[in-house]
Each structure stands twice: as C-alpha cells, then as structure tokens.
Design a binder for this molecule. Sequence first.
Ligand code: URA
Length: 240
Amino acid sequence: MRLDKLIEEALHTSRKEMKRLFLSGQVTIDGTKERQQNRNVDSQIHKIMVGNQQLFTDEAYYLLDKPAGVVTANSDLNHQTVFDCLKKADRYPDLYAVGRLDRDTSGFLLLTNNGPLGYDLLHPEKKVTKVYEACINEIVTETDITKFRDGIIFLDGTQCKPANLEILQIDTKNQRSYIRLTIWEGKFHQVKKMFLACGKKVLTLRRLAMGPLYLPENSQPGDYFPLTKAQLTLLKPYFR
Ligand code: URA
C-alpha cells in the first residue's frame, strides 16, 4: 500500500507531521531513509520503520487459475466473476484483477487489493512478460514465427512489439496447432488479434505466466493460491 497512507492510518499523523517525518529522515525502508511519500510498500517484503516503530501492512494477493466462462469484472448479471471463484472469507474489500482475461480465456490472473501494484505491473514501460498457450484452427508455420518475431501488424494497422512464438505440436489430421506465445505488452484481445492478422483463429487460450510468476504446474482452472513470501519477493522490483 502507499507508504503515506499506511503511516496516516497507523499513527494518525496530520499532513504537516507526515512531511516532517519524511524530511527529518525518520521514515526508513529496509534501513534506508525514504523520501518518496507515495511509494508502494508491503511489510512481508519491506522493513517499514517510523522512528523506532515498525509498521505492518495487511494486503491480499491471490494467483487465480481463471476458468473459461468466468468474466474479469466486479459484477455481472449473467456470468460468474473472477471474485466469485474465491471463498467468501478470502474476498477482501477492494480486491481487483491485475489486467483482464477474456471470458473464454483461462489461466493466470493476479487478484490483489494493493492498488499501486497493478498500475506498475501493467505499465507499458515495465514490459512485463506474459506467456500463453493456445490451440489454433490451422497449421502454424515458420512464416508465422517470423511475422511474430518481426512484430505483427493488426488488421486495423496497430503495430505490435516482437513476440516469441513456439510450435508445441501440429495435429495435421485435424488441422490444429498447439503453440506457446510470449509477449511483452498487453493490448486488448492481443493474442487473438495477432493470429487473426495471420489469417488464423485462436480456439482455446490459457495464460501460464505474468512477469516472474507462473501458475503451479498441477494447477487446474478454478484453483487459487495466496502468494507466498518468495513469490511476493519476486515482485519487489515492481514496488515503486
Ligand atoms: N489476448 C487475448 O486475445 N485474450 C486474452 O484473454 C488475453 C490475451
């Protein structure tokens, strides 16, 4: 959470007092004087001190294996939402999804109530990796791999950054291809539009990873996992 918000909530400081605490070097993170009042902190991975008092945050982070058919939205009249996948006790206030997956896409989705983290993970400058596996309705070729490597241009002219397309398996009998795709950006319907630009259609899509985090190998759609301290530590570079 934002450091100044944490201090205000924990110590009931006025704005003037807050400024004084920072200017006088009494606020330290991991032993270093902190000047940035609005920086993002979590006491699981940062030692947050104000004078000689240690402060603690209490925020939730879940890695959801989103099932297909479920919508990435706070509420929906017709479909189950990603938040309905959590047990009632785990539905912390202000939880939101970091990015979105289409209704028919399954796999990796981070849910948290740490507000600044989503902004930083989704910021285009951060170039966070996303890994997908998909079934495609035709035979994917070496020419497609080159097109993805050079940067796909959507049918509407939008230019994508270079992406890494790997063919996992070709089913010639049924004219299907199984692929893995790694991208470093997050445009709306990006994967489907990339294949459409090659005249092909995504039949099923599953996200396996985002940034340094991967779905556990045996994860099934509908499973969810609180982030471990080790996983949260991997996200530390995204806490600005
Ligand atoms: N790209 C898509 O086309 N859909 C998703 O859900 C995610 C990435």
